[in-house]
Design a protein around this ligand. Structure first.
Ligand code: ADP
Ligand code: MG
Length: 383
């Protein structure tokens, strides 16, 4: 697959699709991580004398009033500070102002176009990959670089649309994601252990089906463990149950009994106990310390570990020890260690264990689809 390094950018109009979908409150950026993560690709284009045209979405645009709070203007200001360089912001997604500004760019200049999703009014042109829109945006540049991993699992005009019409490659962020995730999933050093948690089994059926064939062990925690336990005949009280997934869990337990490792103890809203001692009115909200120890036995000799889904309701301090315990185990292991999924990534970071990982994937939905073994449209089109 082509990367930004494979092109001569000198004097070229280079469209870079970045992920500037930053959290905002009252027009102020509350976390600029995503802007910072895009700098490597942008700076590379600048130092190779490109005319840099940046595109990104921000939030969702369903009605006219959504535009005010989802303008990329504040992002252009923060980006300018971080680059220590002027960023030309164009408050439109098409038209003569945009076209003239692009035609006036000098080598090394940076222009940011307004939120691509402004084109979602009225007909979802961006989000439904309207062919005219992709073609029009492609006409503004000479080369297209996709570096927005977080939206690569969706076919939008600003990724698949443009890439259908221009010479295309990926940027450093997407390259790093693929370089870390694909070998771990498809060609892992063994033993290969997967830790799965989160709330619903139904959200993760694709991942379980794909990884159960590839992994040596799957350690199951979180809310989803209770549907597995129930399927195995355990009384789970008032714990989270994903009724529609019971048959799936039964089938998995039957076919992959030795691979699937379930919790043996639990922290409920009332006490800590063996999994068999949950009473009717109790809710299991975290894995217990004996389970953490059990999981440690598998993790300690693993060479590749992929983790998706917190093993407890980690947002509440009382039910965060299981998730913290896993972090602590991983910190002391020498292996390829990857965390993916929006909540998993934020748990790991909030608890201060970023350094314990080889790679923390930045794309929620996109990393889940890679774990499911799917090809991401925004990347497939470049291949
Ligand atoms: P990711 O975003 O990393 O893919 P998920 O969205 O699947 O992860 O799961 C995260 C959610 O699962 C969190 O909100 C957490 O509170 C919830 N969760 C974990 N364990 C439990 C549990 N035992 N009961 C209820 N919710 C749980
Ligand atoms: Mg989530």
């Amino acid at each position: 697959m082509k990367t930004i390094r494979d092109f001569d950018l000198n004097n070229k109009k280079v469209i870079i699709r970045v992920d500037f979908n930053v959290p905002m409150k009252d027009g102020v950026i509350t976390d600029d991580t995503r802007i910072k993560e895009s700098l490597k690709t942008i700076n590379y284009a600048i130092s190779n004398n490109a005319k840099v045209i940046l595109m990104s979405h921000l939030g969702r645009i369903k009605e006219e009033s959504d535009k005010v709070k989802n303008t990329l203007k504040p992002v252009s200001i923060r980006l300018s500070e971080l680059l220590n360089k002027k960023v030309i912001f164009i408050p439109n997604t098409r038209g003569s102002e945009l076209e003239n500004a692009i035609n006036n760019l000098q080598n090394g200049d940076v222009l940011l176009m307004e939120n691509t999703r402004f084109e979602d009014l009225p007909d979802k042109k961006e989000s439904k990959n309207d062919p005219e829109l992709g073609k029009y945006w492609a006409s503004l540049g000479d080369i297209y670089i996709n570096d927005a991993f977080g939206t690569a699992h969706r076919a939008h005009a600003s990724n698949v649309g443009i890439a259908s019409h221009l010479k295309s490659g990926i940027g450093f962020l997407i390259e790093k994601e693929l370089d870390n995730l694909l070998p771990a999933i498809n060609n892992p050093d063994r033993p290969f252990t997967v830790i799965l948690g989160g709330s619903k089994v139904s959200d993760k059926i694709g991942i379980i089906e794909n990884l159960v064939m590839k992994a040596d062990y799957i350690l199951i925690g979180g809310g989803m463990a209770f549907t597995f336990l129930k399927a195995g005949g355990v009384e789970i009280g008032d714990s989270l149950l994903d009724e529609d997934s019971i048959d799936f869990c039964k089938k998995m337990l039957k076919e992959h009994k030795d691979k699937l490792i379930l919790p043996i103890d639990v922290v409920t809203n009332l006490k800590e106990c063996f999994i068999t001692d949950i009473t009717k009115e109790e809710k299991g909200l975290d894995i217990g310390p004996k389970t953490v120890k059990l999981f440690k036995q598998y993790l300690d000799n693993s060479k590749t570990i992929i983790w998706n889904g917190p093993v407890g309701m980690f947002e509440n301090d009382k039910y965060s020890n299981g998730t913290k315990g896993i972090c602590e185990i991983l910190k002391n292991i020498d292996a390829v260690k990857i965390a993916g999924g929006g909540d998993t990534a934020s748990a790991v970071k909030n608890f201060g264990y970023e350094q314990a990982f080889t790679h923390i994937s930045t794309g929620g939905g996109a990393s889940l689809e890679l774990l499911e073994g799917k090809e991401l449209p925004g990347i497939a089109i470049i291949k």
